[in-house]
Write a protein that binds this ligand. Structure first.
Ligand SMILES: Cc1cc2nc3c(=O)[nH]c(=O)nc-3n(C[C@H](O)[C@H](O)[C@H](O)COP(=O)(O)OP(=O)(O)OC[C@H]3O[C@@H](n4cnc5c(N)ncnc54)[C@H](O)[C@@H]3O)c2cc1C
Length: 462
């Protein structure tokens, strides 16, 4: 680590997901005398690249090679395992150490369907379900019920397809990915046979990424069956959007598919809206889902017909989008789930809040691909660079002072070297399973691998 001095600027980036890491890289690339601390509540960096991107999307995860660049060689400090805000290190206390704070904390709250029965056991948001199979320490004990042949996945986006694919893959296929051992065990004993993807609109409307949809068709051990009430056979107007046309062509081709002896089936059910999740007894668990059939009216609008059907499912995963949680001390727009900002400068009642910036999903909402966060972060960093000369110097700018303050709060950060120890442990576990890595999911085990703290027993493979 370079020698730091108090005549330099200090910027804290909260959140080591793509937007935070692109921001750190842009701050570094500016060539200005800026020291950057990247802080994350988790001991591991990379945000949703690690805890959202599907385990079988190995190529997508290779973006990590780009995202880690600010730490190698160590130009930027990583402070992992440091939650900022409620229940963690106070934001005001952090502000004493830095000129500016870039908030890059993402949007992690599942949107609700707003239908009766949604809170039954076995009715989950995709955020929780995806976090579970991705080995997020907050969801290690989720224990989703996979003991029933039917599962409903509600949503018409790529996340719905990710969830359906993971459920439809065989355990042997998933063993080649980084899913934690207990997740693999659960998938191995899964009784799931029929994965119903419920899409409110018609096949001509869906905006899946065609490559994602293709992967459903390419599943080696699952049939894909299209349920469109004969819409495609009757003929629909070709959409103007190229991706929608590609999706439509694929779906039209698949209408000819018939069920084979494959162990699993993915049913793409169009023009279906869930209206109630059924359960067994009070406080019981999911036993089915009531779905209303929709029709497309003369104006091209999707309307409920009042006609319903019940699907026999034991698990419902809703993949209908994410919202952010307010950041204490910052303004928040509940309608958009974002922090109000102008080109990344946090704005309260039309006035910029000095030294406060946002980037990524917390800035623009949960949209776009990983690469979208690069331009987004560069815009925010531009604002930071313009403002830095006019921002008041922090009271305690020395790096040791922040470390000391964290220690006073009982926090021992996972720095980059410590993260690399955890990383190496995951690669070691991967070697035992023939995978590139196997994630360590329990927080105590993560910290033990990273910091060597005597927390619990020795790590076990997987
Ligand atoms: C299920 C899923 C699958 C996806 N798959 C793909 C894909 O295949 N390809 C693609 O291009 N894009 C994909 N995306 C989108 C992509 O992941 C996002 O564009 C990107 O991760 C958003 O980056 P971010 O930095 O804003 O947020 P995040 O990635 O969510 O990072 C936020 C970080 O902030 C940290 N944090 C939160 N609160 C605090 C706090 N209080 N204190 C300290 N740290 C905190 C979190 O731990 C996290 O590390 C997917 C998204 C999801 C949800």
């Amino acid at each position: 680590m370079e020698q730091r001095s108090s005549d330099r600027y200090r910027v804290a980036v909260i959140g080591a997901g793509p937007s935070g890491l692109y921001a750190a890289a842009a701050l570094l690339a500016s060539g200005e005398p800026i020291d950057v601390d990247v802080i994350d509540r988790l001991p591991a960096p990379y945000g949703l690249v690690r805890y959202g991107v599907a385990p079988d999307h190995v190529k997508m995860k290779s973006v990590i090679r780009v995202l880690r660049k600010p730490f190698e060689p160590a130009h930027v400090e990583f402070l992992g395992g440091v939650p900022i805000g409620e229940g963690g290190f106070p934001l005001d206390a952090l502000r004493e150490h830095v000129h500016a704070v870039v908030h890059a904390t993402g949007s992690s709250v599942d949107r609700a369907l707003g239908v009766p029965g949604e809170d039954l056991a076995g009715s989950l948001g995709s955020g929780a379900f995806v976090s579970w199979y991705c080995g997020h320490p907050d969801h290690v004990d989720l224990d989703p019920p996979l003991d029933h042949p039917g599962v409903a996945v509600v949503g018409a986006g790529n996340v719905a397809l990710d969830v359906a694919r993971v459920l439809a893959r065989t355990a042997d296929e998933m063993a080649e990915t980084d899913v934690p051992g207990p997740v693999l065990d659960a998938l191995r004993s899964s009784a799931v046979r029929d994965v119903h993807v419920l899409v409110r609109r018609g096949p001509q409307h869906v905006r899946f990424t065609p490559a994602e949809l293709r992967q459903i068709g390419d599943l080696a051990h699952a049939d894909v069956l299209v349920h469109d009430d004969g819409l495609l056979a009757a003929g629909v107007d070709a959409p103007e959007d190229r991706r929608q046309r590609q999706n439509l062509d694929m779906l039209t081709e698949w209408t000819a598919n018939a069920a084979t002896r494959a162990p699993r089936r993915v049913h793409l059910r169009f023009l279906r809206t869930p209206v109630e999740v059924l359960g067994t007894g009070t406080g019981g668990r999911v036993s089915g889902i009531v779905v209303e059939r929709n029709a497309i009216d003369a104006d091209g609008r999707v309307r409920g017909t009042g006609e319903t059907e019940v699907l026999d499912v034991g698990l419902v995963v809703r993949a209908i989008g994410y919202a952010a949680e307010p950041i204490p001390g910052l303004p928040f727009d509940a309608a958009t789930g974002t922090v109000p900002n102008a080109a990344g400068r946090v704005v309260r009642d039309g006035t910029p809040v000095p030294g406060a910036y946002v980037t990524g999903w917390i800035k623009r909402g949960p949209t776009g691909v990983i690469g979208t966060n690069k331009g987004d972060a560069q815009e925010t960093v531009q604002a930071v660079l313009e403002d830095l000369p006019g921002l008041p110097a922090p009271a305690r700018p020395e790096p040791a002072a922040l470390r000391a303050a964290l220690a006073e709060h009982g926090v021992r950060p996972v720095d980059w070297t410590a993260w690399l120890r955890l990383d190496a442990e995951e690669v070691r576990r991967g070697g035992l399973r023939g995978a590139e890595r196997v994630k360590v999911a329990r927080m105590a085990e993560m910290l033990e691998s990273a910091l060597g703290s005597p927390v619990g027993g020795a790590p076990t493979p997987g």
